[in-house]
Design a protein around this ligand. Structure first.
Ligand SMILES: CC(C)(COP(=O)(O)OP(=O)(O)OC[C@H]1O[C@@H](n2cnc3c(N)ncnc32)[C@H](O)[C@@H]1OP(=O)(O)O)[C@@H](O)C(=O)NCCC(=O)NCCS
Length: 148
């Protein structure tokens, strides 16, 4: 597994990874927001892809607005969930933030389906909006209070 900086050549596969997670994890309306995010990357946040056997299997980034940082659009292709890839990508981003100066906390907006994953990394829930992203997908705001 290698982690590389996102390039435009990865765009189509990242959208495919998003699509594989629509339904349970992402609402369909978020697709255009994700594409807009990808297309703004040369001037905006850092974004990374995980490559396994020559194929992009996950992507995720960080946005820094010192002293706050955010984990942005982290996702593993649905076919590859549960293989430790999300852990590798999340730890990579948290380590990057740990090395960045002046970061006091890391935030993420995720859903009730993945809050358990982030809780394992020390994040706590600060707010939860029922169906905040769409039917069956709550908007769960979380913050990392230790480790950074
Ligand atoms: C959340 C996500 C990144 C996890 O990636 P993954 O590669 O499937 O997770 P891993 O295989 O690395 O799992 C690591 C650990 O977290 C646990 N875990 C994984 N998903 C979990 C979840 N949804 N809730 C609770 N625990 C979870 C695993 O059981 C495992 O535990 P263990 O170390 O005790 O065995 C993945 O489910 C995903 O891409 N979801 C869709 C996109 C999404 O919702 N992203 C949210 C932020 S925008």
């Amino acid at each position: 597994m290698v982690i590389l900086q996102y390039q435009t050549g990865h765009r189509a596969r990242c959208v495919e990874i998003f699509d594989s997670n629509v339904g349970e994890y992402f609402a369909p309306w978020e697709r255009s927001e994700f594409i807009e995010f990808l297309d703004s990357l040369d001037v905006g946040p850092e974004y990374y892809v995980c490559i396994s056997d020559g194929q992009v299997v996950a992507c995720g980034g960080v946005r820094i607005k010192s002293p706050i940082a955010e984990l942005a659009w982290g996702m593993v292709h649905k076919d590859c969930h549960g293989k430790g890839i999300g852990t590798i990508l999340t730890d990579y981003r948290l380590l990057y933030l740990e090395k960045s100066t002046g970061i006091e906390c890391v935030k993420i907006d995720t859903s009730q389906h993945t809050e358990g994953f982030y809780k394992k990394r020390g994040f706590i829930v600060t707010k939860s909006i029922h169906n905040g992203f769409g039917e069956g997908i709550d908007c769960v705001s979380m913050k990392l209070v230790t480790g950074i």
